[in-house]
Design a protein around this ligand. Structure first.
Ligand SMILES: Cc1cc2nc3c(=O)[nH]c(=O)nc-3n(C[C@H](O)[C@H](O)[C@H](O)COP(=O)(O)OP(=O)(O)OC[C@H]3O[C@@H](n4cnc5c(N)ncnc54)[C@H](O)[C@@H]3O)c2cc1C
Length: 456
């Protein structure tokens, strides 16, 4: 194996942006121009959700104005891991969803999440958007033997609905991933990965071609229903009156949508991506190109990319932390799981915001004429392009999506956007992970260096 990517300071040449942002084609040029006074629909946020909703509505003949406080794709849509994942509430499984929402709605939620993966995978065909989509499956990795038992049970629940998901026991994991750190995994073969920058740029082009009037660097500061049923969107560049509004601001939701902000907790997620690696080294990490994430509360997620990098992300802390410090934590995590990567150079490090919800479910819904899709808990790459489209169809008289039928709980703390409680929540999750780490250590010690033992 050649070793040109080995480095004494792995971060010496790291760019502070995502590889997607560095390698995506240019966004369509949007020149500043006056904001109109009225529109059929005002869309707030120019990521997957807003762009998909805007495109669909404009194609249906509506006049659509989209405002973004920054630029198109500035938010999580060009900073994520590009993992195209099905499944709502991974911690619950289908039985957990059934307990909460009843069997019919649980099945509808599951079907909707599978449909969202199909929708994104077909965008190449339906929209001519080539985003390097590969359906090579995702593997959720059990950090403890108890987690492995849970995943095995969930795989059985999914298989009973006709899903091709299956449990991979520890003794077979080496065919899937180059590490012995895990106790089994839930494999969902139809999921996959893509280049989210290319997807965002493609969606932006389609929206503008459909006639969407885009205004960048235009922040919505208040969204107020009027007596006549229309909605005023006050922005940093003037007010706009619309018949309907779509809010697609997810982890960047601010005081313009206070009702949503009371239900969302923005959390930073941090990522590193290596230099382009030797194909043999890459295959030693991920022989089948799967998307990986583990069952810890401070979870790691990782994958190989179409251009030959390892991308490794996680929630390094609930305390505010610099991207550089988080990158060092992630590097330690990555090389603990895959010692073969020790010394590889990091080419990109970055972060972005996800929006957690109290029930750890994504949500879509409406309040009067204000529609939204938000609260991504790790499946927004598939779900939100689909939900943007579904919301648009709902607004135009189509059926409401299943996730609009579940309640959207408030964050149970006095909270108006300053997440003062996060460090405490973080400590609680850290304790949970520590307990898991102890369980794991005990089982690994019993299993011995060969990694056999009870969980094999
Ligand atoms: C580091 C990271 C890794 C991730 N990895 C994955 C993954 O692998 N798989 C997966 O499924 N999901 C992943 N996600 C989540 C996924 O990226 C998001 O769910 C998805 O991109 C959200 O899209 P969106 O359009 O709703 O919001 P965003 O793309 O975040 O866009 C929101 C936009 O709203 C704008 N905005 C905010 N407030 C206002 C305002 N008042 N006025 C005007 N504009 C406003 C912002 O400027 C921003 O451009 C990840 C997220 C992050 C941050």
């Amino acid at each position: 194996m050649s070793t040109p990517h080995l480095s004494s300071d792995p971060f010496a040449a790291a760019e502070r942006r995502s590889p997607w942002q560095a390698t995506m084609p240019p966004m369509p040029a949007v020149l500043p121009h006056p904001l109109p006074d009225t529109a059929d629909v005002a869309v707030v946020g120019g990521g997957f959700t807003g762009l998909s909703a805007a495109r669909e509505l404009a194609r249906g003949g509506a006049s659509v104005v989209l405002v973004d406080a920054e630029t198109l794709g500035w938010g999580a849509s060009t900073r994520n891991g590009g993992m195209v994942l099905s499944g709502h509430g991974h911690h619950l499984g289908l039985d957990g969803l059934t307990k909460k929402y009843g069997r019919d709605l649980a099945l509808a939620l599951q079907a909707e999440s599978v449909a969202s993966v199909d929708h994104v995978a077909r965008l190449g065909e339906t929209e001519g958007i080539d985003a390097d989509m590969r359906r090579e499956g995702h593997l959720e990795l059990a950090y403890t033997p108890a987690d492995a038992r849970d995943l095995e049970e969930i795989s059985g629940q999914l298989a009973a609905t006709g899903s091709s998901a299956r449990f991979v026991p520890r003794r077979e994991l080496r065919a899937e991933i180059g590490t012995d750190e895990y106790f089994g995994g839930l494999l969902v073969p139809n999921d996959g990965g893509l280049h989210p920058g290319k997807l965002t740029v493609g969606l932006a082009h389609r929206a503008i071609e459909a006639g969407v009037d885009v205004h960048e660097r235009t922040r919505a500061v208040a969204i107020r229903p009027q007596r006549d049923g229309r909605v005023v969107v006050e922005t940093s560049r003037g007010a706009l009156i619309a018949r309907h509004v779509v809010v697609g601001t997810n982890g960047y939701t601010d005081g313009a949508a206070p009702g949503l902000r009371r239900r969302l907790v923005p959390i930073s997620s941090y990522v590193i991506a290596t230099d382009v690696l030797d194909p043999g080294l890459l295959a030693s990490v991920s022989p089948r190109g799967r998307m990986f994430f583990d069952t810890k509360s401070f979870l790691y997620y990782w994958r190989t990319t179409a251009d030959g990098r390892v991308l490794f992300g996680g929630r390094a802390s609930f305390w505010p932390m610099s991207d550089e410090k988080a990158a060092a934590v992630l590097y330690r995590g990555m090389t603990t799981i895959h010692p073969q990567l020790a010394g590889v150079a990091i080419r990109y490090l970055w972060s972005g915001k996800v929006a957690f919800t109290y029930d750890r479910m994504a949500h879509a819904g409406r309040s009067g004429e204000i529609y939204y899709a938000t609260g991504c808990c790790g499946n927004g790459v598939a779900l939100f392009p689909y939900m943007g489209t579904r919301i648009a169809r709902w607004m135009s008289g189509g059926p409401a999506p299943a996730i609009a039928k579940i309640g959207f709980p408030l964050v149970p703390a006095p909270y108006e956007g300053r997440t003062w409680f996060l460090p405490f929540v973080g400590e609680w999750y850290r304790l949970k992970d520590r307990r898991k780490a102890r369980d794991r250590a005990a089982v690994l010690a019993e299993a011995g260096p060969a990694g056999g033992g009870p969980a094999a």
